[in-house]
Design a protein around this ligand. Structure first.
Ligand code: FAD
Length: 296
C-alpha cells in the first residue's frame, strides 16, 4: 500500500504531524523505534496542560488518539534506509518490511553523547540534567554545578546561576579572563580541578569527587552534551545540514521542508533549541505543509 505520507519517528514531532495529516483524511504511516529522547526523565515539564506528566504517559495517550483515526497505521520498528522512487519515497525497515509514501516526514530525534564520567549516565534525566527550563525549577536554590564540556558550557553556567548557587567545573579546561570575570560577577564559583566521579543515593546526587582528592557537595549537575542525528536517513536522502549549537541539524524552510522536495523534518533534528512544545509545533507545521503539498 502506498501512503500519502510516511513518518519516521513517532514521538512528539512525528505524532503531531500524523494527527494533522490524519485529520485531513489522508493516509499516514508512522514507524517508531520507541526511544524518545526524554525517556530517562520521570516527568516532563513546561508543556501546555501537561506540566509534570510522565513522557511515556503523554506519548501513550498521543499514540492512542492518533491511532483512532481510520487513515493511520502505526508500525513498531526501525527505519534503516530511505530513497526517492516513482514520485515518492521507499522506506526500508530493519526487519525487511518496506513502506511507500508520496511524502516523507523525518522526526527521528537526536541522540545525546554523554561524557564518560563515572556515575553520570545512570543519573541522566534525574540529577544530571541539561535544560533549566525543563528541570531547573525542581532544583532551584540547591547546590548546582555545570560541567565544562564545550565552549557552550560557559554560557550554560551563566544561565544556571539564575536558579541557584552555581559552581562551574572546568575539569582541567581553560577559561578566558573575560568569561571568568563575567561568571564571577554573576556569583558563579569556578573550580579548576579535573572531576573524577559523581556520588549519591540511587538516582540522586550528593557529591562530585575531584581528581586531587577533594569532594564538593552537589545536588544537581547541568551538562550540555554534544548530540547527533538519531538516524542516517536524512543524509542518505541528500538533505542539507545546518550546524546546531551542539551538533548537526537538518536544514528546513519555515514549513519544515528540507532541501529535498517532498521530504520534511520536524522536532529536535530540525532546530537548535529543543523542547516537547517546539517538537510538537514543528510536527503540526510539517503535517499541514505535507497536506497542502498534496492539494496544491
Ligand atoms: C533527559 C531529558 C529530559 C527532557 N525533559 C524535557 C522536559 O521536561 N520538557 C520538555 O519540553 N522537553 C524535555 N526534553 C526535550 C525533549 O525530550 C525533546 O525536545 C523531544 O523529545 C523531541 O521530540 P522529537 O519528536 O523531535 O524526538 P524524540 O522525542 O527524541 O523522538 C524520536 C523518535 O524517533 C524514533 N526513532 C529514531 N530513529 C528511528 C528510526 N530509524 N526508525 C524509527 N523510529 C526512529 C525514536 O525511537 C523516538 O521514538 C528533555 C530531553 C532530555 C534528554
Amino acid at each position: 500500500m502506498r501512503h500519502d505520507a510516511i513518518i519516521v519517528g513517532g514521538s512528539f514531532a512525528g505524532l503531531s504531524a500524523a494527527m494533522y495529516i490524519a485529520r485531513a483524511r489522508r493516509s499516514v504511516c508512522v514507524v517508531d523505534a520507541g526511544a524518545p529522547r526524554n525517556r530517562f526523565a520521570a516527568q516532563s515539564h513546561g508543556f501546555f496542560a501537561q506540566d509534570g506528566s510522565s513522557p511515556r504517559a503523554m506519548l501513550a495517550a498521543a499514540r492512542a488518539q492518533v491511532a483512532a483515526y481510520p487513515t493511520v497505521s502505526l508500525v513498531d520498528g526501525e527505519a534503516v534506509a530511505a530513497r526517492a522512487q516513482d514520485d515518492g519515497f521507499l522506506v526500508e525497515l530493519a526487519d525487511g518490511r518496506t513502506l511507500e509514501g508520496a511524502r516523507l516526514v523525518l522526526a527521528f530525534g537526536l541522540a545525546d553523547e554523554l561524557p564518560p564520567l563515572p556515575g553520570l549516565a545512570e543519573r541522566w534525566g534525574a540529577s544530571v540534567i541539561h535544560c533549566p527550563y525543563c528541570h531547573g525549577f525542581e532544583v532551584a536554590d540547591r547546590r548546582l554545578g555545570v560541567l565544562n564540556l564545550s565552549p557552550m558550557s560557559v554560557h550554560q553556567a551563566a544561565l544556571i546561576a539564575e536558579w541557584g548557587p552555581t559552581t562551574f567545573y572546568l575539569d582541567g579546561g581553560e577559561l578566558d579572563p573575560a568569561a571568568a570575570a563575567d561568571l564571577a560577577a554573576r556569583g558563579v564559583r569556578i573550580e579548576s580541578a579535573k572531576v573524577e566521579a559523581l556520588h549519591g543515593e540511587g538516582l540522586g546526587l550528593s557529591a562530585i569527587a575531584l581528581a586531587d582528592g577533594r569532594s564538593d557537595p552537589l545536588d544537581a549537575l547541568f551538562i550540555g552534551p554534544r548530540n547527533h542525528l538519531g538516524s542516517p536517513i536524512a543524509e542518505q536522502l541528500g538533505c542539507d545540514m545546518d550546524q546546531g549549537p551542539l551538533g548537526a541539524i537538518v536544514k528546513t524552510d519555515a514549513w519544515k521542508m528540507t532541501t529535498v522536495p517532498g521530504v520534511y523534518a520536524a522536532g529536535d533534528i530540525s532546530r537548535g533549541a529543543h523542547s516537547v512544545t517546539w517538537a510538537s509545533a514543528d510536527g503540526v507545521t510539517a503535517g499541514v505543509a505535507v497536506h497542502r503539498s498534496l492539494v496544491f
